[in-house]
Design a protein around this ligand. Structure first.
Ligand SMILES: C[S@@+](CC[C@H](N)C(=O)[O-])C[C@H]1O[C@@H](n2cnc3c(N)ncnc32)[C@H](O)[C@@H]1O
Length: 201
């Protein structure tokens, strides 16, 4: 991971940024990524997924609920064609601004492919996907950080609408039994602080 991007996405920098976002939007949920785990860990996981052949250069990455946009930017910097959808327009605007700032500062290349759109990420609601020019069924790697209630919906969506080789990553562990008992077509593993889910077969 390039050093300049690592500094810009350090936990301290992200906490500062989350506080600024909170001041501007009144919305603090984007704080979590900055506080719970190191972005370098996540970057390594993206690299591993690529190395193990489960994804390749320019595979498609989608952050479901992209918040402050940091994870989608990180995935883009790891070589994915990266997208973020968030229901909160302010956060989407700030994510775009942050990406432009990182480009200006030379922390990411000018041509980095990372796009954000405001809308509902539910696979059945097509508007955000149409705006991005992508389909849920084309995505190679999904990322979601959300409440367990919301994650259950995302598991269902993933099982029903994603392509067979797709992966779903979320921070947090301890859900393997839940997935085994409730989703017969899914299997999951734990890597560090993350759960990685794929379709069986
Ligand atoms: C806990 S935050 C996580 C943000 C970011 N992924 C991160 O890791 O920091 C969850 C995000 O999901 C968004 N969200 C929740 N439900 C959504 C939906 N149905 N469609 C789009 N975004 C949604 C919220 O606006 C919020 O920004």
């Amino acid at each position: 991971m390039n050093k300049s991007l690592l500094e810009k996405l350090s936990n301290d920098a992200l906490v500062d940024r989350a506080i600024q976002i909170g001041d501007r939007t009144g919305y603090m949920a984007s704080f979590f990524t900055g506080g719970l785990f190191s972005l370098e860990q996540l970057h390594n996981l993206f690299e591993e997924i690529k190395i193990s052949g489960q994804a390749h250069e320019k595979s498609k990455f989608l952050e479901l609920g992209s918040g402050n946009g940091v994870v989608a930017i990180l995935a883009a910097s790891a070589g994915f064609e990266s997208y973020g959808i968030d229901i909160n327009k302010d956060l989407v605007g700030l994510s775009g601004e942050f990406l432009e700032q990182l480009k200006r500062e030379g922390a990411v290349p000018d041509g980095l492919l990372c796009r954000f759109v405001a809308g509902d990420y539910s696979a059945e609601r097509r508007a955000a996907y149409d705006e991005l020019g992508i389909k849920f069924s084309e995505i190679d790697v999904f990322y979601a950080f959300n409440t367990f209630e919301e994650l259950k919906k995302i598991y269902e969506m993933f099982e029903k609408h994603s392509k067979n080789s797709a992966r779903l990553i979320h921070p947090g562990i301890g859900v393997l039994d839940f997935i085994r008992s409730n989703f017969e077509n899914l299997e999951a593993t734990e890597t560090g602080n993350f759960t990685v889910i794929n379709k069986k077969g």
